[in-house]
Design a binder for this molecule. Structure first.
Ligand SMILES: C[S@@+](CC[C@H](N)C(=O)[O-])C[C@H]1O[C@@H](n2cnc3c(N)ncnc32)[C@H](O)[C@@H]1O
Length: 366
C-alpha cells in the first residue's frame, strides 16, 4: 500500500474519546496509562465522560470519573453527561452519574462544614440581595440585577404546594418567603386558622403591608430573616404545614432550616429541650419546599433530590415527589428580560415530607 493510502493514525486523545464512545474500558485504561490527556474534548466541548455516558457502559464511566473528570462537567451546548446517558436510554449509566454526584457533593459538604465550624457564624448568603432594591413588574418580581426572584409561571406549582401543606381548613401554616404572595393567596383560599409569613426583604415587606396582608384575619407577618426569627416562629407554632421558598440562599440554608423545624427546641445551655416539640407538628405535620435546586440541569436536580431525601431521613422525615409538567416554561419568550432562566426542566418534582411512621412508633415505645 502506498504511504498516502494509509489511514492516518489518530492522536492519543482522539483514540481516548473513540474508546469511551465504544465503551471499551480496557482500552480507555490503557490509553490513560500511555499518557492520553483526560481533559481533552472534541470540537463541541464533549469530554471523555460525555462519550462514555453516550456508550452507556458503566465501567467506562467509572474509569473516567476515577481519572478525575467531575460528574457535572458541561459541553459547549450546556449538556451534562447525564443528558447523553438519557438520550441513549442508558438508565444504569444515568444512575451511576447521579450516585457520583451525590458522593462528590457529600464530600464537598463535609469539607465546607469543617470550615464553617472554624468560621462559626456564617454571613447571610443573600446579604447583597437583601440590601438592594427589588421591583414588581407585571408577571414577575426581579432583583436589581434582573434576576427572577419570583415569576407568575410558578402559580400552578404554588397552588399544589399550598394544597399539600394545608389539606383542610383550620390548619396552622407557616410560609417562609412572600415574593409575589402567590402561595399565600392559595393558602388563604384554603382557610387556615393561623397563617404565619416570614419575609426578610424591606421592599417586599412594604408591598405586603401596602396590599393589606397585615390586616388579614389570622395572618401574622414576621419581618426579618428566618434565621434571626426562629424563637418568634416557634412561639407562633407548632404548624400543621410548612413551606420554604427563599431567594439567593444555598442548599446549606435549606438544610439548616430543615434542622431548625424538625428538631426539638433548645434549652438555654444549647441542649435539646425535653418538653419542647419540633416546629413542624408531630405526627401529622407536612413540610414542603420550592424544589428549584439544580433547576437548570436534570442531572443536578436529581442529585439534589437524592441529597435532600437522605438529609431529611436522618431527621426522621420521609420524602415523596409528585411530578408536574413544566414543558411550557421552556419557551424562551417567557424568560425575556430575565438575566438567567432558573428553571429549564420538563418536569417539576414537588416534595411532600412527612414524619416517618416507624420513628413515631419507636418514639412511642420509648
Ligand atoms: C421566591 S420568593 C417566594 C415566592 C413565594 N413562594 C410566592 O408564592 O410568591 C422568595 C422570597 O423569600 C424572601 N427571602 C429571602 N431570604 C429570606 C430569608 N432568609 N428569610 C425570609 N425571607 C427571605 C425574598 O425576599 C423573597 O420575597
Amino acid at each position: 500500500m502506498a504511504e498516502s493510502e494509509k489511514t492516518p493514525e489518530l492522536g492519543l486523545e482522539a483514540q481516548l474519546l473513540t474508546a469511551c464512545y465504544g465503551g471499551e474500558n480496557d482500552k480507555v485504561k490503557e490509553l490513560l496509562k500511555t499518557g492520553a490527556n483526560i481533559w481533552c474534548t472534541d470540537e463541541t466541548g464533549r469530554s471523555p465522560l460525555h462519550f462514555a455516558a453516550a456508550s452507556g457502559d458503566v465501567p467506562t464511566i467509572q474509569t473516567i470519573l476515577d481519572a478525575g473528570i467531575p460528574w457535572n462537567v458541561l459541553d459547549i451546548g450546556n449538556y451534562t453527561a447525564g443528558d447523553y446517558a438519557e438520550q441513549g436510554e442508558h438508565t444504569g449509566a444515568y444512575e451511576c452519574l447521579v450516585e457520583a454526584g451525590v458522593r462528590a457533593e457529600m464530600i464537598l459538604r463535609a469539607l465546607r462544614e469543617t470550615k464553617a465550624e472554624e468560621n462559626k457564624k456564617r454571613e447571610a448568603s443573600n446579604k447583597e440581595y437583601l440590601e438592594s432594591k427589588v421591583e414588581y413588574s407585571g408577571d414577575r418580581l426581579v432583583d436589581a440585577e434582573k434576576n427572577g426572584v419570583m415569576m407568575e409561571w410558578e402559580r400552578p406549582l404554588m397552588i399544589e404546594h399550598a394544597k399539600v401543606i394545608c389539606s383542610s381548613p383550620r390548619k396552622v401554616v407557616l410560609n417562609i418567603g412572600f415574593g409575589m404572595g402567590i402561595i399565600d393567596e392559595a393558602l388563604q383560599d384554603l382557610k387556615p386558622n393561623k397563617h404565619v409569613i416570614v419575609e426578610a426583604h424591606p421592599d417586599v415587606y412594604k408591598h405586603m403591608v401596602d396590599e393589606g396582608w397585615d390586616k388579614k384575619p389570622g395572618v401574622h407577618i414576621v419581618f426579618g430573616r428566618w434565621q434571626d426569627k426562629l424563637d418568634e416562629i416557634r412561639s407562633l407554632g407548632p404548624y400543621d404545614g410548612i413551606f420554604f421558598d427563599t431567594f439567593g440562599e444555598f442548599y446549606q440554608d435549606v438544610d439548616d432550616f430543615q434542622k431548625a423545624i424538625l428538631s426539638a427546641g433548645k434549652e438555654d445551655d444549647g441542649t435539646e429541650s425535653k418538653e419542647s416539640e419540633p416546629i413542624l407538628k408531630k405526627p401529622d405535620g407536612i413540610y414542603s419546599f420550592f424544589n428549584g435546586l439544580g433547576g437548570d440541569h436534570k442531572l443536578f436536580q436529581d442529585v439534589y433530590c437524592r441529597i435532600v431525601a437522605s438529609d431529611l431521613s436522618s431527621l426522621g422525615v420521609s420524602i415523596e415527589f409528585t411530578t408536574i409538567s413544566t414543558d411550557s416554561v421552556l419557551d424562551p419568550e417567557l424568560w425575556k428580560g430575565i438575566k438567567r432562566p432558573y428553571w429549564m426542566l420538563k418536569q417539576y418534582n414537588l416534595p411532600i415530607c412527612k414524619w416517618k411512621q416507624t420513628q413515631l412508633n419507636s418514639a412511642k415505645n420509648f
